[in-house]
Ligand binder design. Structure first.
Ligand code: ARG
Length: 396
Protein backbone atom coordinates (compact mmCIF):
# COMPACT_ATOMS: atom_id res chain seq x y z
CA UNK A 1 0.00 0.00 0.00
CA UNK A 2 2.74 2.40 1.02
CA UNK A 3 4.70 1.41 -2.04
CA UNK A 4 1.70 2.07 -4.25
CA UNK A 5 1.23 5.55 -2.81
CA UNK A 6 4.87 6.46 -3.30
CA UNK A 7 4.85 5.21 -6.86
CA UNK A 8 1.59 7.08 -7.46
CA UNK A 9 3.14 10.24 -6.06
CA UNK A 10 6.07 9.97 -8.41
CA UNK A 11 3.81 9.45 -11.35
CA UNK A 12 1.90 12.57 -10.40
CA UNK A 13 5.05 14.63 -10.23
CA UNK A 14 6.05 13.31 -13.58
CA UNK A 15 2.70 14.26 -15.02
CA UNK A 16 2.70 17.74 -13.55
CA UNK A 17 6.34 18.17 -14.60
CA UNK A 18 5.27 17.47 -18.16
CA UNK A 19 2.28 19.75 -18.02
CA UNK A 20 4.43 22.84 -17.76
CA UNK A 21 5.97 21.96 -21.13
CA UNK A 22 2.70 21.03 -22.72
CA UNK A 23 2.15 24.22 -24.73
CA UNK A 24 5.19 23.48 -26.86
CA UNK A 25 5.18 19.68 -26.80
CA UNK A 26 1.54 19.10 -27.55
CA UNK A 27 1.11 21.33 -30.56
CA UNK A 28 1.84 18.47 -32.87
CA UNK A 29 -0.54 15.93 -31.45
CA UNK A 30 -4.28 15.93 -32.06
CA UNK A 31 -6.92 17.49 -29.81
CA UNK A 32 -7.95 14.14 -28.44
CA UNK A 33 -4.54 13.56 -26.95
CA UNK A 34 -4.49 17.03 -25.50
CA UNK A 35 -7.79 16.36 -23.74
CA UNK A 36 -6.35 13.04 -22.57
CA UNK A 37 -3.27 14.68 -21.08
CA UNK A 38 -5.36 17.32 -19.32
CA UNK A 39 -7.82 14.72 -18.04
CA UNK A 40 -4.97 12.61 -16.70
CA UNK A 41 -3.38 15.59 -14.95
CA UNK A 42 -6.64 16.76 -13.38
CA UNK A 43 -7.94 13.35 -12.34
CA UNK A 44 -4.64 12.54 -10.66
CA UNK A 45 -4.72 15.87 -8.81
CA UNK A 46 -8.36 15.29 -7.86
CA UNK A 47 -7.78 11.81 -6.49
CA UNK A 48 -4.54 12.80 -4.81
CA UNK A 49 -6.07 15.77 -3.00
CA UNK A 50 -9.04 13.63 -1.94
CA UNK A 51 -6.61 10.96 -0.73
CA UNK A 52 -8.39 8.42 -2.94
CA UNK A 53 -5.49 6.84 -4.81
CA UNK A 54 -7.37 3.65 -5.58
CA UNK A 55 -10.04 5.52 -7.52
CA UNK A 56 -7.70 7.04 -10.06
CA UNK A 57 -6.78 4.13 -12.33
CA UNK A 58 -10.26 2.71 -12.97
CA UNK A 59 -11.66 6.16 -13.56
CA UNK A 60 -8.89 7.15 -15.90
CA UNK A 61 -9.53 3.96 -17.86
CA UNK A 62 -13.21 4.93 -18.27
CA UNK A 63 -12.36 8.50 -19.23
CA UNK A 64 -9.73 7.27 -21.69
CA UNK A 65 -12.30 5.16 -23.54
CA UNK A 66 -14.82 7.98 -23.61
CA UNK A 67 -12.26 10.43 -25.01
CA UNK A 68 -11.18 7.96 -27.67
CA UNK A 69 -14.79 7.51 -28.76
CA UNK A 70 -16.14 11.05 -28.51
CA UNK A 71 -13.18 13.43 -28.24
CA UNK A 72 -14.27 14.56 -24.78
CA UNK A 73 -15.90 13.23 -21.60
CA UNK A 74 -18.66 14.03 -19.14
CA UNK A 75 -17.31 14.92 -15.71
CA UNK A 76 -18.78 13.52 -12.52
CA UNK A 77 -20.50 15.97 -10.19
CA UNK A 78 -17.74 15.79 -7.61
CA UNK A 79 -14.96 16.20 -10.17
CA UNK A 80 -16.76 19.20 -11.57
CA UNK A 81 -17.32 20.79 -8.17
CA UNK A 82 -13.78 20.22 -6.99
CA UNK A 83 -12.42 21.48 -10.33
CA UNK A 84 -14.37 24.74 -10.04
CA UNK A 85 -13.00 25.31 -6.54
CA UNK A 86 -9.44 24.57 -7.66
CA UNK A 87 -9.92 26.94 -10.61
CA UNK A 88 -10.61 29.67 -8.05
CA UNK A 89 -7.61 28.59 -5.97
CA UNK A 90 -5.39 28.74 -9.06
CA UNK A 91 -6.53 32.15 -10.24
CA UNK A 92 -3.56 34.35 -9.57
CA UNK A 93 -5.39 37.68 -9.69
CA UNK A 94 -7.84 37.00 -6.86
CA UNK A 95 -7.12 38.21 -3.33
CA UNK A 96 -10.18 36.40 -1.91
CA UNK A 97 -8.92 32.87 -2.36
CA UNK A 98 -8.92 31.95 1.33
CA UNK A 99 -12.57 31.09 0.70
CA UNK A 100 -11.94 28.71 -2.22
CA UNK A 101 -13.41 25.65 -0.51
CA UNK A 102 -16.71 27.38 0.19
CA UNK A 103 -17.74 27.89 -3.46
CA UNK A 104 -21.26 26.52 -3.98
CA UNK A 105 -21.76 24.66 -7.26
CA UNK A 106 -24.97 24.93 -9.24
CA UNK A 107 -24.65 22.15 -11.80
CA UNK A 108 -26.77 23.38 -14.70
CA UNK A 109 -25.18 21.34 -17.47
CA UNK A 110 -28.50 19.77 -18.43
CA UNK A 111 -30.09 23.06 -19.55
CA UNK A 112 -30.64 23.30 -23.29
CA UNK A 113 -32.20 26.63 -24.15
CA UNK A 114 -31.33 30.28 -23.64
CA UNK A 115 -34.61 30.72 -21.72
CA UNK A 116 -33.71 27.97 -19.27
CA UNK A 117 -30.26 29.46 -18.80
CA UNK A 118 -31.76 32.88 -18.18
CA UNK A 119 -33.99 31.40 -15.46
CA UNK A 120 -30.94 29.79 -13.86
CA UNK A 121 -29.09 33.13 -13.91
CA UNK A 122 -31.98 34.81 -12.15
CA UNK A 123 -31.93 32.04 -9.56
CA UNK A 124 -28.13 32.40 -9.21
CA UNK A 125 -28.48 36.10 -8.47
CA UNK A 126 -31.26 35.48 -5.97
CA UNK A 127 -29.43 32.65 -4.19
CA UNK A 128 -26.04 34.37 -4.07
CA UNK A 129 -27.47 37.74 -2.97
CA UNK A 130 -29.30 36.03 -0.11
CA UNK A 131 -30.84 39.27 1.15
CA UNK A 132 -27.39 40.87 1.47
CA UNK A 133 -25.57 38.00 3.18
CA UNK A 134 -23.65 37.15 0.01
CA UNK A 135 -22.82 33.52 -0.75
CA UNK A 136 -20.11 32.51 -3.26
CA UNK A 137 -21.48 30.42 -6.10
CA UNK A 138 -20.87 29.25 -9.64
CA UNK A 139 -23.49 28.10 -12.15
CA UNK A 140 -22.00 25.74 -14.68
CA UNK A 141 -23.73 25.32 -18.02
CA UNK A 142 -23.09 22.65 -20.67
CA UNK A 143 -19.46 22.24 -21.75
CA UNK A 144 -18.17 23.28 -25.15
CA UNK A 145 -18.15 20.51 -27.73
CA UNK A 146 -14.60 20.32 -29.12
CA UNK A 147 -14.31 22.23 -32.37
CA UNK A 148 -17.71 23.92 -31.91
CA UNK A 149 -18.59 27.29 -30.39
CA UNK A 150 -19.63 27.13 -26.74
CA UNK A 151 -22.56 28.77 -24.94
CA UNK A 152 -21.76 32.45 -24.31
CA UNK A 153 -23.11 35.06 -21.98
CA UNK A 154 -22.17 38.36 -23.63
CA UNK A 155 -22.20 40.40 -20.40
CA UNK A 156 -18.88 40.53 -18.57
CA UNK A 157 -20.92 40.43 -15.35
CA UNK A 158 -24.57 39.54 -14.83
CA UNK A 159 -25.22 42.90 -13.20
CA UNK A 160 -23.64 45.87 -15.03
CA UNK A 161 -24.63 49.45 -15.70
CA UNK A 162 -25.05 50.70 -19.26
CA UNK A 163 -22.70 53.27 -20.74
CA UNK A 164 -24.35 55.72 -23.16
CA UNK A 165 -22.33 57.92 -25.49
CA UNK A 166 -23.97 61.34 -25.68
CA UNK A 167 -23.90 63.51 -28.79
CA UNK A 168 -21.57 66.02 -27.10
CA UNK A 169 -19.01 63.26 -26.58
CA UNK A 170 -19.70 62.84 -22.86
CA UNK A 171 -20.73 59.50 -21.37
CA UNK A 172 -23.65 58.69 -19.09
CA UNK A 173 -23.09 55.61 -16.95
CA UNK A 174 -20.23 53.13 -16.97
CA UNK A 175 -17.83 54.07 -19.76
CA UNK A 176 -16.42 50.54 -19.72
CA UNK A 177 -19.75 49.19 -20.93
CA UNK A 178 -20.27 51.56 -23.89
CA UNK A 179 -19.35 48.99 -26.50
CA UNK A 180 -21.58 46.28 -25.09
CA UNK A 181 -24.41 48.79 -24.59
CA UNK A 182 -24.08 49.75 -28.25
CA UNK A 183 -24.11 46.15 -29.48
CA UNK A 184 -27.21 45.46 -27.35
CA UNK A 185 -28.96 48.28 -29.14
CA UNK A 186 -28.12 46.56 -32.42
CA UNK A 187 -29.71 43.42 -31.02
CA UNK A 188 -32.89 45.39 -30.42
CA UNK A 189 -32.55 46.67 -26.86
CA UNK A 190 -34.53 49.89 -26.57
CA UNK A 191 -32.26 51.28 -23.86
CA UNK A 192 -33.02 52.07 -20.25
CA UNK A 193 -34.20 55.24 -18.53
CA UNK A 194 -30.92 57.00 -19.35
CA UNK A 195 -29.64 57.29 -15.78
CA UNK A 196 -25.97 56.66 -14.89
CA UNK A 197 -27.10 53.36 -13.32
CA UNK A 198 -29.32 51.57 -15.86
CA UNK A 199 -29.03 47.82 -15.49
CA UNK A 200 -28.15 46.14 -18.77
CA UNK A 201 -30.20 43.21 -20.01
CA UNK A 202 -28.57 39.79 -20.30
CA UNK A 203 -27.48 38.46 -23.68
CA UNK A 204 -27.26 34.70 -24.04
CA UNK A 205 -26.00 33.03 -27.17
CA UNK A 206 -26.38 29.29 -27.73
CA UNK A 207 -23.99 27.55 -30.16
CA UNK A 208 -24.80 28.33 -33.80
CA UNK A 209 -27.75 30.49 -32.76
CA UNK A 210 -28.47 34.20 -32.69
CA UNK A 211 -27.91 35.96 -29.35
CA UNK A 212 -31.04 36.56 -27.26
CA UNK A 213 -31.85 39.48 -24.93
CA UNK A 214 -33.45 39.11 -21.50
CA UNK A 215 -34.34 41.82 -18.97
CA UNK A 216 -33.49 40.96 -15.37
CA UNK A 217 -36.35 41.33 -12.89
CA UNK A 218 -35.67 44.48 -10.85
CA UNK A 219 -36.68 42.95 -7.54
CA UNK A 220 -33.80 40.44 -7.44
CA UNK A 221 -31.10 43.09 -7.81
CA UNK A 222 -29.90 44.58 -4.55
CA UNK A 223 -28.26 48.00 -4.85
CA UNK A 224 -26.69 50.13 -2.14
CA UNK A 225 -27.21 53.92 -2.21
CA UNK A 226 -23.99 55.61 -1.11
CA UNK A 227 -23.82 58.06 1.74
CA UNK A 228 -20.93 59.25 3.92
CA UNK A 229 -20.83 59.12 7.74
CA UNK A 230 -19.57 62.75 7.99
CA UNK A 231 -20.32 64.50 4.69
CA UNK A 232 -24.07 65.02 4.45
CA UNK A 233 -23.76 66.30 0.85
CA UNK A 234 -22.44 62.91 -0.25
CA UNK A 235 -25.87 61.24 -0.43
CA UNK A 236 -27.05 64.01 -2.77
CA UNK A 237 -24.55 62.88 -5.40
CA UNK A 238 -27.05 60.08 -6.06
CA UNK A 239 -24.39 57.38 -6.27
CA UNK A 240 -25.02 53.69 -5.74
CA UNK A 241 -23.58 50.31 -6.61
CA UNK A 242 -24.93 46.79 -6.93
CA UNK A 243 -24.28 44.29 -4.15
CA UNK A 244 -23.26 41.29 -6.25
CA UNK A 245 -20.30 40.92 -8.64
CA UNK A 246 -20.97 37.89 -10.92
CA UNK A 247 -18.28 37.44 -13.57
CA UNK A 248 -19.95 35.84 -16.55
CA UNK A 249 -17.56 36.03 -19.52
CA UNK A 250 -14.74 33.71 -18.46
CA UNK A 251 -14.10 30.15 -19.59
CA UNK A 252 -13.75 27.57 -16.84
CA UNK A 253 -11.32 24.84 -17.83
CA UNK A 254 -11.20 21.60 -15.88
CA UNK A 255 -9.30 18.53 -17.03
CA UNK A 256 -9.35 19.48 -20.70
CA UNK A 257 -13.07 20.35 -20.69
CA UNK A 258 -14.12 23.96 -21.34
CA UNK A 259 -17.18 25.56 -19.77
CA UNK A 260 -17.61 28.76 -21.76
CA UNK A 261 -20.61 29.81 -19.69
CA UNK A 262 -19.91 29.41 -15.98
CA UNK A 263 -20.76 32.63 -14.14
CA UNK A 264 -19.35 32.89 -10.62
CA UNK A 265 -19.47 35.37 -7.77
CA UNK A 266 -17.90 36.24 -4.47
CA UNK A 267 -18.58 39.39 -2.47
CA UNK A 268 -17.08 42.80 -3.10
CA UNK A 269 -13.89 44.24 -1.66
CA UNK A 270 -14.60 47.94 -1.05
CA UNK A 271 -11.82 49.31 -3.24
CA UNK A 272 -13.21 47.59 -6.33
CA UNK A 273 -16.09 50.03 -6.16
CA UNK A 274 -14.67 53.01 -4.25
CA UNK A 275 -11.28 53.16 -5.95
CA UNK A 276 -11.76 51.56 -9.37
CA UNK A 277 -15.38 51.58 -10.55
CA UNK A 278 -16.19 55.04 -9.26
CA UNK A 279 -12.69 56.52 -9.26
CA UNK A 280 -11.07 55.42 -12.52
CA UNK A 281 -10.96 58.10 -15.19
CA UNK A 282 -12.18 55.51 -17.69
CA UNK A 283 -15.10 54.51 -15.47
CA UNK A 284 -17.21 56.97 -13.41
CA UNK A 285 -14.30 59.40 -12.96
CA UNK A 286 -15.69 60.85 -9.72
CA UNK A 287 -12.53 62.04 -7.95
CA UNK A 288 -12.70 65.62 -9.25
CA UNK A 289 -16.35 65.95 -8.20
CA UNK A 290 -15.83 64.47 -4.73
CA UNK A 291 -12.66 66.51 -4.15
CA UNK A 292 -14.38 69.75 -5.19
CA UNK A 293 -17.25 69.00 -2.82
CA UNK A 294 -14.68 68.48 -0.10
CA UNK A 295 -13.40 71.98 -0.82
CA UNK A 296 -10.04 70.85 -2.17
CA UNK A 297 -8.11 72.64 -4.88
CA UNK A 298 -8.18 70.23 -7.79
CA UNK A 299 -5.70 72.37 -9.69
CA UNK A 300 -2.84 71.40 -7.44
CA UNK A 301 -1.75 67.77 -7.56
CA UNK A 302 0.62 68.49 -4.67
CA UNK A 303 -2.32 68.91 -2.33
CA UNK A 304 -3.18 65.25 -2.84
CA UNK A 305 -6.82 65.91 -3.64
CA UNK A 306 -7.12 62.65 -5.56
CA UNK A 307 -5.79 60.69 -2.61
CA UNK A 308 -8.09 62.39 -0.13
CA UNK A 309 -11.13 61.98 -2.36
CA UNK A 310 -10.28 58.31 -2.86
CA UNK A 311 -10.21 57.67 0.87
CA UNK A 312 -13.58 59.36 1.48
CA UNK A 313 -15.19 57.61 -1.48
CA UNK A 314 -14.04 54.32 0.00
CA UNK A 315 -15.29 55.27 3.46
CA UNK A 316 -18.67 55.95 1.87
CA UNK A 317 -18.71 52.54 0.12
CA UNK A 318 -17.74 50.59 3.25
CA UNK A 319 -20.14 52.36 5.59
CA UNK A 320 -23.07 52.29 3.14
CA UNK A 321 -22.76 48.55 2.49
CA UNK A 322 -22.55 47.96 6.24
CA UNK A 323 -25.61 50.11 6.87
CA UNK A 324 -27.62 48.16 4.32
CA UNK A 325 -26.50 44.78 5.66
CA UNK A 326 -24.65 43.80 2.49
CA UNK A 327 -21.47 41.72 2.76
CA UNK A 328 -18.31 43.58 1.80
CA UNK A 329 -14.67 43.24 2.85
CA UNK A 330 -12.14 46.04 3.33
CA UNK A 331 -8.73 45.73 1.68
CA UNK A 332 -6.83 45.45 4.97
CA UNK A 333 -8.83 42.44 6.11
CA UNK A 334 -8.73 40.91 2.64
CA UNK A 335 -4.94 41.25 2.55
CA UNK A 336 -4.61 39.62 5.93
CA UNK A 337 -6.87 36.80 4.81
CA UNK A 338 -4.70 36.35 1.75
CA UNK A 339 -1.61 36.00 3.97
CA UNK A 340 -3.54 33.33 5.86
CA UNK A 341 -4.34 31.58 2.58
CA UNK A 342 -0.65 31.76 1.69
CA UNK A 343 0.25 29.91 4.91
CA UNK A 344 -2.47 27.31 4.27
CA UNK A 345 -1.16 26.62 0.79
CA UNK A 346 2.45 26.37 1.98
CA UNK A 347 1.34 23.86 4.61
CA UNK A 348 -0.47 21.84 1.96
CA UNK A 349 2.77 21.80 -0.04
CA UNK A 350 1.27 23.68 -2.95
CA UNK A 351 2.65 26.62 -4.89
CA UNK A 352 0.67 29.88 -4.63
CA UNK A 353 0.44 31.44 -8.06
CA UNK A 354 -0.20 35.16 -7.60
CA UNK A 355 -0.05 38.29 -9.74
CA UNK A 356 1.37 40.97 -7.41
CA UNK A 357 -0.05 43.85 -9.42
CA UNK A 358 -3.57 42.45 -9.00
CA UNK A 359 -3.24 41.21 -5.42
CA UNK A 360 -2.03 44.54 -4.00
CA UNK A 361 -5.11 46.74 -3.39
CA UNK A 362 -5.43 49.95 -5.45
CA UNK A 363 -5.59 52.04 -2.28
CA UNK A 364 -2.97 52.19 0.52
CA UNK A 365 -1.04 49.30 -1.02
CA UNK A 366 1.99 49.64 1.22
CA UNK A 367 -0.19 49.63 4.34
CA UNK A 368 -1.16 46.02 3.56
CA UNK A 369 1.09 42.98 4.11
CA UNK A 370 0.75 41.70 0.52
CA UNK A 371 2.65 44.75 -0.77
CA UNK A 372 5.73 43.57 1.13
CA UNK A 373 5.58 40.03 -0.20
CA UNK A 374 6.86 38.89 -3.56
CA UNK A 375 4.83 36.37 -5.50
CA UNK A 376 5.58 33.98 -8.28
CA UNK A 377 2.95 33.74 -10.94
CA UNK A 378 2.34 30.63 -12.98
CA UNK A 379 -0.48 29.23 -14.96
CA UNK A 380 -2.07 26.18 -13.39
CA UNK A 381 -5.24 24.40 -14.49
CA UNK A 382 -8.09 24.15 -13.61
CA UNK A 383 -8.49 27.89 -14.04
CA UNK A 384 -10.67 30.68 -15.38
CA UNK A 385 -9.57 32.18 -18.70
CA UNK A 386 -10.49 35.35 -20.57
CA UNK A 387 -12.47 34.82 -23.78
CA UNK A 388 -12.88 37.00 -26.83
CA UNK A 389 -15.80 39.44 -26.59
CA UNK A 390 -18.50 37.65 -28.59
CA UNK A 391 -19.85 40.77 -30.31
CA UNK A 392 -16.51 41.11 -32.08
CA UNK A 393 -16.67 37.64 -33.61
CA UNK A 394 -20.35 36.81 -33.97
CA UNK A 395 -21.50 36.62 -37.59
CA UNK A 396 -25.22 36.73 -36.89
N1 ARG B 1 -13.80 44.25 -9.93
C1 ARG B 1 -15.07 43.79 -10.41
C2 ARG B 1 -16.14 44.85 -10.13
O1 ARG B 1 -15.84 45.84 -9.54
C3 ARG B 1 -15.48 42.49 -9.77
C4 ARG B 1 -14.47 41.36 -9.85
C5 ARG B 1 -14.75 40.24 -8.90
N2 ARG B 1 -14.76 40.70 -7.56
C6 ARG B 1 -15.09 39.98 -6.47
N3 ARG B 1 -15.05 40.57 -5.32
N4 ARG B 1 -15.43 38.72 -6.58
O2 ARG B 1 -17.28 44.70 -10.46
Amino acid sequence: MVHLNVAGGEALNYVSGQRIQRKTDMRLVDGRQQVMVEALAYLSLYHQEQGNFAGFVPQMARVHDEIMQTGTYWQGEDELAYGARVAWRNNSRCIGRLQWKSLAIHDMRHLQTAEEIYEALVEHIRWATNGGKIRSAISIFAPQVPGEPGIRIWNPQLIRYAGYKNSDGSITGDALLCELTESMRHLGWKGGAGTPFDILPIVIQMPHQAPMLFELPRDIIVEVPLSHPEYSWFADLGLKWHALPVISNMRLEIGGVSYTAAPFNGWYMGTEIGARNLGDVERYNLLPLVASKMGLNIRSDRELWKDRALVELNVAVMSSFARHGVTIIDHHTASRQFMHHQRNEAEAGRPLPADWGWIVPPLSGSATPVFHTSYEDRLLTPNFFAQEDPWRTTTI
